[in-house]
Each structure stands twice: as C-alpha cells, then as structure tokens.
Write a protein that binds this ligand. Structure first.
Ligand code: NAD
Length: 251
C-alpha cells in the first residue's frame, strides 16, 4: 500500500489488518510510516514499513523487490499516494507545481502499478485499487493539475484493467469526493476561498457551506467510509468487476 502514512492509507490499512491481511506500508514520510506500522501491528498482523518516493522508478523497484523478499508475494495493491497541489485558476496556475502533481499522482502510481503487476503476473493473481478522486470525474475550479492527474488515474485504471485481465489481475479505482473534517478539508476550503473566483466565497466558512451544499447527501464523507469500498474491490465480492471507478461522494 502506498500513501500508507496518510489519512486514507492508514484507515484502510487498519481495516485490512482487522480482516487478517499482512501489510507492507509504503510512504515517503518516515515519521508517519512508523506510527502507521505500530498501529497496524496492534491488530496482530505482520506489518513492515518502507520509505519510498513513488516518483523514483528505482526506489519503487527496489522496495517492491524487498517487499516480495519479506512477504513472499504481493496479492493486493492499494495504489494511493497523492498530493493535492496548488489552488489557482488555470491562467495563474504555478507552472512548477503542474509537473510535480502529475509526477507524484500519475507517474508515481504508474511506477508502482508496473512493478507490482510484473510480480503479480508471475504469481498468476492480483487485485489492484488505484485512488483517483471526484476531481478526476469532473474537474473542479482552481485545481488544474490535480483534476488532470486524477482523470489520468481513471484512464490508467481502465487501460491497466484491459492489459492485466489475461493474467487474473483486476484493476479498479475509487474516487472519494469531499472528505472531512481535518487537514485536507481545511486546506481546500481555505485555498478555494483565497483563489477568489466566482465559484466560491472568499470566506472559508462560507466555502465550507457551499461545498457541502453541492453534495446531495448534504455532508462531507468520513475517512472511514472509504476502507470498506477498497476492501470490497480487493476482495472476492467484486470478482466480476475490473476497470471501474467507484465514486465515494455522497451522490
Ligand atoms: P494524505 O496527505 O493524508 O496522504 C497522502 C500520503 O501520500 C502522505 O502520507 C504522503 O507522505 C504520501 N506521499 C505523497 N507524495 C509521495 C511520494 N512521492 N512518494 C510516496 N508517498 C507520497 O492524504 P489522503 O487524504 O490520505 O490522500 C490519499 C489519496 O486519496 C491521495 O491520492 C489523494 O489524492 C486521494 N484523495 C483524497 C481526498 C480527501 O479529501 N482526503 C479526496 C479524494 C482523493
């Protein structure tokens, strides 16, 4: 699992551990990884953490080989590391941030998908879930790089599902919408307010209301509403599903 030190990664690792799954935790943040490793081990499964920058193909290949050496095989991949990037209208979007977001969210996810799928092909079994976003289903204002990157993840999922279907490997995606409360929610509310466009108020509290008002279920999602969907896509209950993107967005 990548992005294992983050909110969605850790919540999902804990859920999978409760189901008895041994987990290799990958993230570029060593402190977050150490905390995640301790929390997952408390569930009584094997957990090892690996500092890995997904933007480096060498780093990914080395770590994936190490995971296979440590665990014997990889059956499941939650390809989840990501970065939200800047908030600005496309005409003002910082040029240096665009490739950074694409590099982490798309090229990074590709490196992991490639390395792990080669191992899964040799093994004759694999279940993969990529984390996209509702920002990739319908591009939000002020998030040119993030929206483009998550749209790419949905397309990458579809292509990988076709390429890997002959090898008993299923590849699906999840697209969380507005999730809160916490850092990601506060950051996007504040930065959408600062972006000062016709789509959102310049007052963060008002932006919060506007965002929630756009959700049919009239609330943001809880992080803990994600892991069950990942577990479903990794498990046998979704045995005839590949190449789909499940929206976790309140409608
Ligand atoms: P988070 O910031 O808590 O976690 C992201 C993790 O990815 C962090 O631990 C970070 O260290 C790691 N990471 C970033 N760059 C990396 C790199 N180059 N190599 C390895 N690890 C790297 O955020 P989260 O909410 O847990 O996000 C997880 C995924 O869900 C991301 O792909 C994000 O885009 C997506 N997502 C989140 C939301 C949301 O509202 N939280 C909504 C839709 C999609």
């Amino acid at each position: 699992m990548t992005g294992a030190g983050g909110n969605i990664g850790l919540a999902t690792a804990l859920r999978l551990a409760e189901m008895g799954t041994d987990i290799a935790l990958l993230d570029m943040n060593p402190e977050a990884l150490a905390k995640a490793e301790a929390a997952v081990r408390e569930k009584g499964v094997k957990a090892e953490s690996y500092v890995c920058d997904v933007t480096s193909e060498t780093s990914v290949n080395d770590v994936v080989s190490q995971v296979v050496a440590d665990f014997g095989k990889i059956d499941f991949l939650f390809n989840n590391a990501g970065y939200q990037g800047a908030f600005a209208p496309v005409q003002d979007y910082p040029a240096e941030d665009f490739p950074k977001v694409l590099n982490i969210n798309v090229t990074g996810a590709f490196h992991v998908l490639k390395a792990v799928s080669r191992h899964m092909i040799a093994n004759g079994f694999g279940r993969i879930v990529n984390t996209a976003s509702m920002a990739g289903v319908k591009g939000p204002p002020n998030m040119a790089a993030y929206g483009a990157s998550k749209g790419a993840i949905i397309a990458l999922t579809e292509t990988a599902a076709l390429d890997l279907a002959p090898y008993n490997i299923r590849v699906n995606a999840i697209s969380p919408g507005y999730m809160g409360p916490g850092f990601m929610w506060d950051r996007q509310v504040e930065l959408q307010a600062k972006a000062n466009t016709q789509y959102f108020s310049t007052n963060p509290e008002e932006v919060s209301k506007q965002m929630i008002g756009s959700v049919p279920m009239r609330r943001y999602g809880d992080i803990n509403e994600i892991p069950g969907v990942v577990a479903f896509l990794l498990g046998d209950d979704s045995s005839f599903m590949t190449g789909v993107n499940l929206e976790i967005s309140g409608g």
